[in-house]
Design a protein around this ligand. Structure first.
Ligand code: SF4
Length: 235
C-alpha cells in the first residue's frame, strides 16, 4: 500500500535519481521544440517508429504541405506518401487529416495555441478526444510545446521506472503516468523525462542494460533484487 512514508521515500529517491541523471546526461532546461499544432502532428507521426523516421516523416510532410490548411482537402494517398517512412501511414494520415479538419471547424483556424492557456484538465481532455491521441501524446504536446505540468511515459520511461522500483511493471504505462506525475515535482518533469529517455536508450536498454556503467545501481530494484538477489526498495 502506498502510504505517506512510501510517497515521501519515493520523493527523496526521485530527487536523487534526477541528480544522478543530470550527472550522466546534463541539465535539461525547458525550451519549446515546436508550436502546439506542429508538436501534435509530430507526436502522432512518432508512434511506433524511431526518432529518425518520425522526424523524416514530419519534415517530408511539411515540405509537401507548408500550410496545414492545404492538407485538409488533400487526397489521402498524398498525405500517406511523405509519411510512409514512419510506418502505419494509412492510419496516421486519417488521424492527422481528421484532427486538423476538426480543429479548424471548432476554432476557425489551424492552431492549438489555446491549449497553453486553457484549464489544464480541459486541455488534456480536448487532446485525448482525438483518435490516435493517448496519454503519452497529450502529455508530450502539453509539456514540450507549452511547458505545462504533464509527464509523458514512453517505452523508455516506463522500463526505467519499473526497473528502478518506482512503479509496478504489471500496472502498465497509463498507471505509471499517473503515479509518476504524483511523485515527481512538476518543475522536474521536463528534465526527468528527457534524461530518463536518454538513459533508456543509452544505458538501461531493453536488452542487456549496461548496469556496470550506471550511476543508479544502488537505487535500482532490478539491479539489486532481480540481478543480484539483494533486497531493493520498491514504490
Ligand atoms: S542499474 Fe541497470 S537496470 Fe538499473 S537503472 Fe541502471 S542500467 Fe537500468
Amino acid at each position: 500500500m502506498r502510504g505517506r512514508t512510501a510517497v515521501s521515500n519515493a520523493g527523496s529517491k526521485i530527487l536523487e535519481i534526477d541528480r544522478r541523471l543530470v550527472e550522466m546526461y546534463g541539465p535539461k532546461p525547458w525550451s519549446p521544440r515546436y508550436n502546439p499544432l506542429d508538436e501534435f502532428v509530430y507526436t502522432i507521426l512518432s508512434q511506433n517508429t524511431t526518432d529518425v523516421n518520425s522526424l523524416r516523416a514530419f519534415e517530408r510532410l511539411r515540405q509537401k504541405f507548408p500550410r496545414w490548411d492545404d492538407l485538409i482537402d488533400a487526397p489521402l494517398p498524398e498525405i500517406e506518401e511523405p509519411i510512409s517512412v514512419g510506418g502505419l501511414s494509412e492510419v496516421k494520415a486519417v488521424w492527422i487529416r481528421d484532427a486538423l479538419k476538426r480543429i479548424k471547424e471548432e476554432h476557425g483556424k489551424l492552431s492549438l495555441d489555446f491549449i497553453c492557456t486553457m484549464d489544464l484538465q480541459e486541455a488534456w481532455d480536448y487532446l485525448i478526444s482525438f483518435k490516435g491521441v493517448g496519454a503519452k501524446t497529450a502529455a508530450i504536446v502539453l509539456l514540450f510545446s507549452c511547458g505545462r505540468p504533464a509527464f509523458p511515459v514512453d517505452t523508455h520511461v516506463y522500463r526505467v521506472s519499473w526497473r528502478l522500483g518506482l512503479v509496478e511493471q504489471k500496472g502498465g504505462p497509463e498507471r505509471a503516468h499517473r503515479l509518476l506525475q504524483e511523485m515527481i515535482p512538476t518543475e522536474l518533469y521536463y528534465q526527468m523525462h528527457i534524461n530518463t529517455v536518454l538513459h533508456g536508450r543509452q544505458t538501461c536498454r531493453a536488452r542487456n542494460p549496461l548496469c556496470s556503467k550506471c550511476l543508479l545501481r544502488d537505487l535500482c530494484w532490478y539491479y539489486l533484487e532481480v540481478l543480484h538477489g539483494e533486497a531493493g526498495s520498491r514504490y
